[in-house]
Design a protein around this ligand. Structure first.
Ligand code: AHG
Ligand code: MN
Ligand code: MN
Length: 340
């Protein structure tokens, strides 16, 4: 046992860091701890997912004749409830809801914040026991009216905090309030998150590329060329690189954050704006990447600089180790005029 390392719980850490915010009165701390609570509730349900056939399949009717909720709906409801109960958030935009969820009265005292989230990322991996996650993004609200979508039409650099929970071989919460990135691992027996990965830094370079290569035929020429470059043998740059693709953006990002690597979800011929959502997936992950010394662009420009125009807007995403993302951009830029 390393007795020189202090045991710090997520709760303590949030309170200790409150002084980072000049004008904070504890609202953001309360909000972050609500996310920690919802994460533990959702974690408990995800850990039982393998028993679905015995206890009632998700989306089916159980032995009591009740409808068993799909886990993405379950996660959505629990994150919304935990945030609503704390009263610091006046509206939530979720991948699972077409429209904003807004709070009034006691549920929105003077709720300074709004939250955008993907309650369950990688949900197709649930049935096969592969890591999934929850992604969240917190902004200061802009309008007196919680229902005003302008509250969410802020570029990603305006995020006050962002993070994710990864339900993997262990459950971790990784977040940033704009002052570095810290990771906390859940001790399920105690029911508390503990600081396990302080001040996470994304390696400047790496040798993992992560992309759904099945869509190769639909990729822009720049992406095709970059992939081919990754596969060429070259001792100096440690190529060929290795390919890893989980299909949960959170899990692919988390691995690359620790080991170094690039994750790409490009525009494709059938989906010219890409697949991933700017507000729910790309902005929060881009905020974390930059805070950890990495880089996130749409192949040409910074993700955090994009002005959103709609809640469910999509964007291509190139994210990860700084040098790898820059290299991929070089290939994209060769065809910039053609594709602009
Ligand atoms: P979600 O489960 O929230 O819909 O997100 C799935 C996303 C992302 O997590 C993942 O990287 C990507 O979709 C996988 O898409 P493909 O199957 O097209 O590769
Ligand atoms: Mn997702
Ligand atoms: Mn989702």
């Amino acid at each position: 046992m390393d007795t020189t390392r202090k045991i710090v719980s997520l709760g303590e850490f949030i309170i200790d860091r409150q002084s980072d915010f000049k004008y904070a009165k504890g609202e953001l701390s309360r909000l972050l701890s609500a996310i920690g609570l919802a994460a533990r509730i959702v974690n408990k349900e995800i850990r039982r997912a393998g028993l679905a056939d015995i206890l009632g399949d998700y989306g089916s009717t159980n032995v009591q004749g009740e409808q068993v909720k799909k886990l993405d709906i379950y996660a959505n409801e629990h994150f919304i409830k935990a945030l609503k109960d704390r009263g610091e958030v006046c509206a939530i935009a979720s991948e699972e809801n077409d429209n904003l969820v807004e709070f009034h009265g006691e549920y929105c005292r003077d709720g300074k914040y709004v939250v955008a989230m993907d309650p369950l990322d990688g949900s197709s991996n649930i049935d096969v026991n592969v890591s999934v996650g929850t992604i969240f993004s917190i902004y200061r609200r802009k309008s007196d009216n919680p229902a005003n979508p302008d509250n969410f039409m802020q570029p990603g650099y305006e995020q006050v905090a962002a993070g994710y929970v990864i339900y993997g071989s262990s459950t971790m919460m990784v977040y940033s309030t704009g002052n570095g990135v810290n990771g906390f691992t859940l001790d399920e027996s105690i029911g508390a998150f503990f600081l396990s990965h302080p001040d996470m830094q994304m390696p400047k370079n790496g040798r993992i590329y992560s992309i759904n290569e099945g869509n190769y035929v639909h990729f822009p020429q720049g992406v095709k060329d970059y992939i081919k470059w990754c596969q060429v043998e070259d001792k100096e740059t440690n190529r060929p690189f290795t390919s890893r693709y989980i299909g949960s953006a959170v899990a692919d990002f988390h691995r690359n954050l620790i080991k170094g690597g690039i994750f790409i979800y490009p525009a494709t011929a059938p989906a010219p704006r890409g697949k991933l959502r700017l507000l729910f997936e790309c902005n929060p992950l881009a905020f974390l990447a930059e805070q950890a010394g990495g880089r996130a662009t749409d192949g040409f420009k910074r993700i955090l600089g994009i002005q959103p125009t709609e809640l469910h807007q999509r964007t291509p995403l190139f994210i990860g180790s700084e040098d790898m993302v820059k290299k991929a951009e070089e290939f994209m830029n060769k065809y910039a005029e053609v594709e602009a």
